[in-house]
Design a protein around this ligand. Structure first.
Ligand code: SF4
Length: 760
């Protein structure tokens, strides 16, 4: 039985044909409130007339395609227009923008089903971007739109339904009209937690079992209503397992914004996926690149990262071996307990094998692993057997090693609850690790945590924090505000000494308000800057330089590192413009890659991307022109964060622990290595010096190195010493747009970088 739902607004649109990756139009929805949208056919009023719901279309122009390409570029462009410099995350004009990119939806090449999501972050109040799999983005494009914008705030819980075959959109409430309860197909209340909600919505919207594979849903969870680190789940129907799978747009609290707008879910249906829907310009070029890549994966994956067998969890042991696994709030890089959460353990005990786990059709790398039939020990679903989407490396590092928990059960249970409650696993781990260190060092006690023993390794306490966030109670409500706010709240409420307050600044692992992702950057100068220079805050998808810097020694000089801090963030940005997954670029390499002059760039795969771009869009690119496309959007985002109150040198200052050892135990854990560095790099004899003296000397040297590298990276990017993009750079890349110049001009004038001849 299907539940009867009240329809608040409907909209019909013309069918469109995608040409070379674009529909050339976007879908705009205000769920409550009328904004200056620029929509061509707006204003479908709600039946009750109490507030306006607006559904309309906007053109995707040649200007947008030239300057912003798609995906994250389109998202940021729309977000810029939607918000003001003082817009905060919970303002109704905050705009959740979702775009799949012009290559998204192809099935010939692995990793082409990504959606990019942007909004003003609930964690940082800056533009955040997050890259997510699942079928929603490609379905949105095949339904007729390159972009979906969600603005406004609804008065009640709503579901947005896009029928991509009937070409209709409806905004619905599932209320039965008397109790205000949302009803599922079986008459029960509609859940908020994603794993239940999605099952209910697949029953409600699919016409039959077979039709479920044509549906994808965006949802969040209960904790996203109370914590600032809410994330979004993008679903796909796993036909072989017969269940809903969830992929996450994790970082920056986009789920919190989604639930604040009172959107329960966005449901899309599209029937008829096939490889030609993007109407590619040169199908044989596209096919040839796909065949090459699939063959390479089939022949080499089992000899390299084994992604098809265990997914990203394969690197847990590797990171531990190279001292890069965050342990106990980034104090250490390895731990004897890692063997208990190694990939071998997950393969043998949990992960379902021999299932092609691609998060979009045609991804033969198939890293989206799952654990079936996992029995939960805590929380509202205690005793239930569920499907866990994981484990992934970040889950094991954030909910395992970084909080000192080397028990695979708690890693997986935390993984499940983060997903269904709508919590960002990475922030959850880093925030909890911070709170645990405060507890272990006696900065806070049981009275402050309301009885929670936040000791390293207490997996049950980590789960309890999640349940508290879901239920809006207890110490979890403080932890759920993130590291930056915890530092302030602990200092204000818990009677800390000035030294303790300073120490929290040193080991609170956030930058620009976002928690660090899960790589131990302390021994890699390039990664320290890679993290702290990120526009959105320290997330590895922008600059993951740690292996080439620390392990392979491919960027030994300051100039090499500065060049890497230009090339890699730009090239990585390109994936987010096109709707591509980075893993097929970097987590498998051609066997002859080591003989290339720049093996760290994987030149063979860059050639593939040049081919598939031409195959779909009909334009031939070079490596340099790819980087230039990204540089436009990257620079735009830097100016965007400047407009919103960040984006200067002072905002790129990292916490001390990301630079080096700040406590005696950290120094002593690598004493031999650090003593050697004192001798060889600083020419100081460590003999006879106390550990504290040695830390002081080492950290002074490392900070000098860090700021030297920042200067070199800024210069390479065409920025001033204060981190402001120069006017000549904007002209060089074709981004000397009046609204951007208006933002940078006062900063450039103050620093003396505004050219005399343009000074009026
Ligand atoms: S490599 Fe993994 S994350 Fe990337 S598209 Fe394939 S299955 Fe999805």
């Amino acid at each position: 039985m299907k539940a009867k739902r009240e329809v608040l607004a409907t909209y019909s649109y013309e069918e469109s044909t995608i040409e070379r990756g674009y529909n050339n139009r976007s879908l705009y929805i205000s769920v409550g409130g009328n904004y200056d949208t620029g929509a061509q056919d707006p204003l479908v009023r709600r039946a009750d007339g109490a507030r306006q719901t607006v559904i309309g279309e906007k053109a995707v122009t040649d200007f947008m395609k030239e300057k912003f390409v798609g995906g994250k570029g389109f998202d940021l462009y729309h977000l810029w227009k939607a918000v003001q410099p003082d817009t905060r995350w919970n303002a109704p004009e905050n705009d959740i923008v979702i775009s799949p990119g012009p290559l998204a939806g192809i099935t010939q090449y692995p990793g082409a089903g990504k959606s990019l999501v942007c909004c003003v972050s609930a964690v940082t109040n800056l533009p955040i971007d997050s890259n997510v799999g699942g079928h929603f983005g490609p379905f949105l494009k095949f339904a007729g739109f390159d972009i979906l914008e969600l603005q406004g705030k609804s008065e009640e819980e709503i579901i947005i339904f896009i029928d991509g075959n009937a070409h209709t959109i409806s905004i619905e409430t599932a209320s039965d009209g008397s109790s205000g309860q949302s009803l599922a197909a079986n008459g029960q209340s509609l859940a908020t937690d994603s794993h239940i909600l999605c099952e209910q919505l697949y029953e409600m919207y699919a016409e039959n079992q077979e039709d479920k594979q044509n549906i994808s849903i965006i949802s969040s969870g209960r904790a996203a209503e109370n914590a600032l680190i809410g994330m979004l789940n993008f679903s796909f129907w796993d036909k072989r397992r017969g269940c809903v799978r969830l992929k996450q747009a994790g970082r920056g609290g986009i789920g919190t914004v989604f639930r604040h707008k009172r959107i329960k879910a966005v449901v899309i249906r599209y029937r008829g996926v096939h490889g030609g829907l993007n109407h590619p310009a040169n199908k044989s070029l596209l096919n040839a690149a796909g065949v090459r890549m699939h063959r390479e994966i089939a022949q080499n994956d089992h000899l390299q990262n084994n992604m098809r067998k265990i997914g990203t969890a394969s690197i847990i042991d590797v990171m531990d071996r190279y001292d890069l696994l965050p342990v106990h709030n980034y104090q250490y890089g390895s731990h004897p307990g890692t063997a208990k959460i190694s990939s071998k353990v997950f393969i043998e005990k949990y992960v379902t094998q021999n299932v092609p786990d691609g998060c979009w059709h045609g991804c033969s790398l198939s890293c989206a692993k799952a654990v079936d039939n996992f029995e939960l020990r805590t929380g509202p679903y205690k005793g239930n057997r569920v499907c866990v989407d994981g484990p992934e490396y970040e889950n094991a590092a954030a909910l395992g090693s970084n909080v000192g928990c080397f028990d695979p059960h708690w890693v997986l249970e935390g993984n499940f609850y983060c997903d269904t409650y709508g919590l960002d696993t990475i922030s959850m781990g880093t925030m909890t690790a911070f709170a645990m260190e405060c507890f272990e060092r006696g900065f806070i006690g049981l009275d402050d945590t309301q009885g929670l023993e936040l000791r390293w390794g207490n997996g049950e306490a980590v789960l309890e924090l999640m349940h508290q966030m879901a239920e809006g109670r207890g110490f979890g409500m403080i932890v759920g505000k993130g590291v930056r706010q915890m530092k302030r709240i602990f200092a204000e409420r818990f009677h800390l000494t000035p030294q303790q307050i300073k120490d929290m600044e040193d080991f609170g692992m956030e930058n620009k308000g976002l928690e660090y992702s899960e790589y131990m950057m302390k021994e890699s100068l390039a990664q320290q800057a890679g993290y702290a220079l990120c526009n959105k805050g320290p997330q590895h998808d922008e600059a993951w330089l740690i292996f080439m810097d620390m392990v392979n020694n491919q960027i030994p000089t300051m100039e090499d590192k500065a060049e890497a801090l230009h090339w890699f963030p730009m090239f990585r940005t390109w994936f987010s413009l096109l709707g591509l997954c980075k893993l097929p670029w970097i987590d498998i390499v051609p066997p002859d890659n080591k003989y290339q002059t720049e093996p760290h760039k994987i030149p063979g795969h860059i050639q593939n991307y040049i081919d598939i771009y031409e195959g779909v869009l009909g334009e031939r690119h070079t490596e340099a022109s790819i980087v230039r496309q990204s540089e436009r959007v990257y620079t735009f985002q830097r100016i965007f964060i400047l407009r919103m109150g960040s984006g200067q040198r002072k905002h790129d200052a990292p916490p001390a622990r990301s630079i080096g050892p700040i406590t005696a135990v950290e120094y002593l854990s690598r004493e031999e290595r650090y003593d050697k560095q004192l001798k060889e790099q600083i020419h100081i004899d460590p003999a006879g010096k106390s550990t504290e003296e040695k830390i002081e000397i080492l950290m002074k040297h490392r900070y000098e190195q860090y700021w030297r590298l920042v200067d070199a990276a800024y210069a390479r990017r065409g920025w001033t010493p204060n981190g402001i993009p120069k006017l000549e750079k904007l002209k060089e890349i074709g981004m000397d747009l009046p609204e951007l110049i208006k933002v940078v001009r006062p900063y450039l004038m103050e620093e003396g970088y505004w050219p005399d001849e343009t000074n009026d």
